[in-house]
Design a protein around this ligand. Structure first.
Ligand code: XIL
Length: 456
């Protein structure tokens, strides 16, 4: 009796377990960049400017999607110590408070850089004086934020572009090669908890400049100079993600430092169009995938929240549209590609190849003769971008498509399904693509084929 009861209870428990297993839905794929990145053990950040924080869409997009914030300008020397020993942490304190309230990590940017450097620093000509000014600046700034900063870009852009030679900055000229390690030692002393990074541009792939940074990190590691990470800025141009980016990150990781992608953007000549945006989406996907393939690539940060305020058009005239959100805070194809590369999905926002979107289509006869005609189908994206489209033509009796251009047909009986050819797959909001075809038909039968379309 007892045994039977136990058996019955056991069976009941099994049944219950089975029911629970059926009732629990599979965990939904993460729907924001920060959630998807967190699920992969990564951080996804954005540079942000205090001057835009009052714009509701700016702040809400930042807060919704990103879990790391880099002050775009507020922690630079010309803002924090505009004249010697006179410090101003007003704007940076506000950004730090916002980030902390949102649970975002903060990247300090940057302690020692040749740009946005107040004139008084450039005027120092004695080695001891500049060393003490630099140490004083670092002690005060990194000390002010100590405990609140996850990562510091201690030294920024110390090498010349296109070579392994040190940049001719006032620090290099007056202090000499040793200024970089002095800066790192001062930063460690001021904030022992922060990860200390060297940060530069055009070191995303292997080249003479990244070789020089590699040699620097290797030397620091060998001599015990404190360094924890290398920042690859990744200010990229369309279609030019270095093919060896992953290998380059891996070689830094193998030296025992973390790798951060710190200022990612992919600029294009403006205006943007569907095909450029699709290339850009693929570029972002490549960068995110390369990072995920390197276990020590722990942070991906884009250089701005929205194209509306990107630095690109100011510095590279005629270029822009480099970020994940457009001028109206709409998600671009690059957003979806990044999210999907991180393993997330955003069912509410089409635009990535494979994502559904809304398209409408129309048919027009463009030529006709006794035993046939030419037709053209135009597919138009709705308010959201679409990554791809499908048109289905049902031909009338005796009608047959004998040629088709700018589309990829597959035929089954009298139904012809047409997909894009590649370059005309992705459509910006409101943009359209067309394909044409020739029909051979019984004499005088120019009846329009039935047409439906969908996305993808
Ligand atoms: C840029 C800012 O985005 C601009 O607002 C500012 O006018 C100039 O600096 N590399 C860096 C960043 O390390 O600090 C730069 O930020 C972009 C290039």
């Amino acid at each position: 009796m007892r045994r039977a009861l136990i058996a019955l209870l056991g069976a009941g428990a099994l049944l219950l377990a089975a029911l629970v297993a059926v009732a629990l839905p599979a965990a939904a794929a993460p729907g924001t960049l920060k959630e998807a990145a967190a699920a992969k053990g990564r951080v996804f950040g954005a540079a942000a400017a205090q001057s835009h924080m009052g714009e509701a869409a700016y702040a809400s997009t930042l807060d919704r999607e990103f879990n790391q914030l880099t002050p775009e300008n507020e922690m630079k020397w010309d803002t924090t110590e505009p004249s010697r020993d006179a410090f101003n942490f007003g704007p940076s304190d506000q950004l730090v408070a916002h980030a902390q309230a949102q649970g975002m990590k903060i990247r300090g940017h940057t302690l020692v850089w040749h740009n946005q450097l107040p004139g008084w620093v450039g005027g120092i000509s004695s080695r001891d004086d500049l060393l003490s000014a630099m140490r004083g600046h670092i002690a005060k700034e990194a000390g002010h934020f100590a405990g609140k900063i996850a990562y510091w870009d201690v030294v920024n852009e110390a090498f010349q572009d296109g070579s392994g030679v040190r940049r001719d900055s006032v620090f290099q000229r007056v202090i000499g090669d040793g200024y970089i390690e002095e800066a790192f030692r001062a930063a460690r002393a001021a904030d022992p908890a922060a990860e200390l990074c060297y940060n530069d541009f055009n070191i995303d792939g292997r080249n003479s400049k990244s070789d020089a940074v590699y040699a620097l990190v290797k030397d620091f590691k060998a001599r015990g100079v404190p360094i924890d990470c290398v920042g690859l800025q990744a200010h990229l141009t369309l279609g030019n993600v270095p093919s060896d980016m992953q290998a380059n990150m891996q070689r830094f990781a193998d030296l025992g430092v973390d790798v951060h992608i710190t200022e990612l953007d992919v600029r294009m000549s403006t205006p943007a169009d569907g095909s450029k945006l699709a290339t850009q989406a693929n570029d972002y996907k490549k960068v995110v995938s390369a990072c995920l393939a390197v276990s020590r690539c722990t942070v991906i940060t884009v250089w701005g929240v929205t194209d509306k305020y990107s630095w690109v058009p100011d510095v590279f005239p005629g270029q822009g549209a480099a970020l994940l959100f457009d001028d109206n805070y709409g998600k671009k194809a690059a957003y979806n590609a990044s999210l999907e590369a991180l393993g997330g999905t955003d069912p509410g926002d089409p635009g990535d190849p494979g994502d559904p979107g809304t398209v409408t289509c129309s048919y027009a006869r463009t030529a006709q003769w006794d035993t046939g005609f030419n037709g053209q189908v135009t597919i138009k994206a709705g308010a959201s971008a679409v990554g791809s489209w499908t048109a289905v033509l049902t031909m009338g009796s005796g009608q047959q498509i004998s040629g088709l251009w700018n589309g990829t047909p597959s035929t089954s009986g009298n139904v012809v399904t047409v997909k894009p050819v590649g370059w005309n797959a992705s459509l910006a909001p409101g943009a359209s693509a067309s394909f044409g075809f020739t029909v051979s038909a019984p004499s005088g039968n120019q009846a329009a084929p039935a047409l439906t379309c969908s996305s993808p």
